[in-house]
Design a binder for this molecule. Structure first.
Ligand SMILES: Nc1ncnc2c1ncn2[C@@H]1O[C@H](COP(=O)(O)OP(=O)(O)OP(=O)(O)O)[C@@H](O)[C@H]1O
Ligand SMILES: [Mg+2]
Length: 483
């Protein structure tokens, strides 16, 4: 049962009645993810059946984009298969073989949809068939997730949309808000052709309370409902996700459990958004990963460079992340709304790619003159590699943090640098001396041990002698004799 959709239903009923009376139009249902677009289309379908209409229906999915006429086929095939021969002949009067094939043949995978454009003749023919159907009955054409329809079918819908007046055809199309309109000029055309745009409103607190009562089997207490309404912002899909999760956790909708439920609700919603990232355009996922790797707040130029986005791709991806409620901007820099979102995105990056991104990020930060400490922090995230550049960065970052008295942090960088050096190298000896210098402030025993180890690696001469001098007298006995 759909709550609080009276106004939307009334708009749909008006459009349906008008079409039945010969005043066809395009009705667009638009709104953010989970706002209830598909649910409203289902309502439209039920109303259409109620009005005795012939319903042509299709759901586009991301995979659909590359199937020429995939949506047109979904719309027409069941009707054509179910129709009697006489009916089919009547609808196809004058329509060519080519059109029949476009509608009924096996799907063609196109070489990238941009290259495949149906001929005007096919489009005109398809449009004639739908119009012929509408001479028999009121026709309601319903397409969900229009943003993923193939180009051929979009052109058919565009063709129909321009020829609705005086017809008994209602086009009811749903379009996700976060679709990138400039990338889809044909979608844009359809939006412009809409006579009515229905945007499902967020649910009120009392609607959220009713959903909670159904889910828990008991009335929710006021603070609990308020929390649920706040975290979900009245988005029906978010309310449903949170309720399912909370019921599964065995929580009850009482004031005393509100804080625990809120923490769980935030976690559930972050998780849901993260899951949806995978189905976003590649540039959006790439940018999300770049920002996760560069950390809050990432500089726009660096983030775009890291994953190879140009200016246009970058700004559209940023807007997309903002619309998804994942990221925000501060002084032009981009960051995630919560650290759990960042952590979620970061940990979902495939291991090899993550390693590669962190390594490239470290180089990029270095080339852009960022402080050694920031470069070092990025290197701390990658696996061990005998790379002299990495060792040099870690060692100079250790030097600079030690200057401000952060001995333990310096030691952390140096221990990591040691892992990147050969076991009996002179370089290892020098790093051990640096490590000991860092450790002198907080762990004298470790400092002395590391100096002793350094002595055996450094060549005889001033370096070795200096190292020996540093060993505190109390530990000197343990050190090897350097003569
Ligand atoms: N008015 C409503 N009252 C109660 N539940 C609703 C309402 N609208 C939608 N829902 C429920 O919320 C969930 C999301 O709705 P729906 O799938 O229609 O959203 P959508 O906008 O199509 O989402 P997407 O962007 O993912 O396609 C579904 O479980 C649906 O049943
Ligand atoms: Mg939907």
């Amino acid at each position: 049962m759909l709550l609080e959709r009276d106004a939307e239903r009334a708009a749909i009923a008006t459009a349906l009645n008008a079409a039945a009376g010969g005043d066809g139009s395009l009705l667009l249902v638009s709104g953010p993810a989970g706002s209830g677009k598909s649910a409203l289309l289902r309502d439209t379908m039920a109303a259409a059946f109620g009005a005795g209409a012939r319903v042509l229906r299709a759901d586009a999915t991301r995979l659909e984009e590359d199937f020429a006429f995939g949506i047109a086929q979904q719309l027409c095939r069941p009707v054509l298969v179910a129709a009697g021969e006489a009916e089919r002949d009547r609808w196809f009067q004058g329509a060519s073989e080519q059109i029949l094939r476009a509608l009924t043949e096996e799907r063609l995978i196109t070489d990238g949809h941009e290259h495949y454009l149906p001929t005007e003749a096919v489009l005109y023919g398809l449009h004639t068939v739908v119009h012929a159907m509408s001479h028999d009955d009121l026709v309601v054409v319903i397409v969900d997730d229009l943003q993923w329809a193939d180009q051929g079918s979009l052109r058919l819908l565009g063709y129909l949309a321009k020829r609705l007046s005086g017809s008994r055809i209602l086009l009811a199309l749903a379009l996700a808000d976060e679709c990138e309109a400039p990338k889809y000029p044909l979608v844009h055309e359809l939006v412009t052709a809409a006579a009515r745009i229905v945007v499902p409103a967020p649910l009120s607190r009392s609607a959220v309370a009713s959903m909670a009562e159904v889910a828990f089997g008991e009335r929710a207490e006021e603070p609990f409902t308020a929390m649920l309404h706040d975290v979900s912002r009245g988005n029906p899909a978010d309310v449903a996700t949170v309720l399912t999760g909370l019921v599964a956790e065995g929580l009850r909708p009482v004031a005393a459990q509100t804080a625990a439920a809120e923490a769980e609700a935030v976690r559930l919603l972050d998780h849901r958004v993260l899951m949806s990232l995978g189905s976003q355009p590649p540039a959006v996922l790439a940018l999300a990963r770049a920002v996760a790797v560069l950390g809050d707040l990432a500089e726009p130029g660096l983030a775009a460079d890291l994953v190879g986005l140009d200016d246009v791709e970058y700004s559209s991806a940023v807007q997309h992340l903002e619309r998804l409620g994942l990221a925000g901007r501060e002084d032009g820099r981009i960051g995630f709304v919560t650290t759990s979102v960042r952590d979620g995105i970061e940990s979902a990056i495939p291991v090899e790619l993550r390693e590669d991104l962190y390594r490239r990020a470290a180089r990029l930060l270095y080339e852009h003159g960022r402080p050694a400490e920031r470069v070092a922090e990025t290197l701390m995230k990658v696996g061990i590699a005998e790379d002299p550049w990495e060792v040099r960065i870690l060692s100079s970052a250790a030097g600079s943090v030690l200057e401000r008295g952060a001995g333990e942090l310096a030691a952390r960088y140096l221990r990591r640098a040691l892992l990147n050096t050969a076991p009996d190298s002179e370089e290892r000896g020098r790093l051990l001396v640096e490590l000991a210098a860092a450790e002198r402030g907080f762990d004298l025993v470790a400092a002395a041990r590391h100096l002793s180890q350094a002595l055996s690696l450094l060549p005889p001469g001033p370096q070795q002698a200096d190292a020996a001098l540093w060993i505190p007298p109390a530990f000197a006995a343990a050190a090897p004799n350097v003569g």
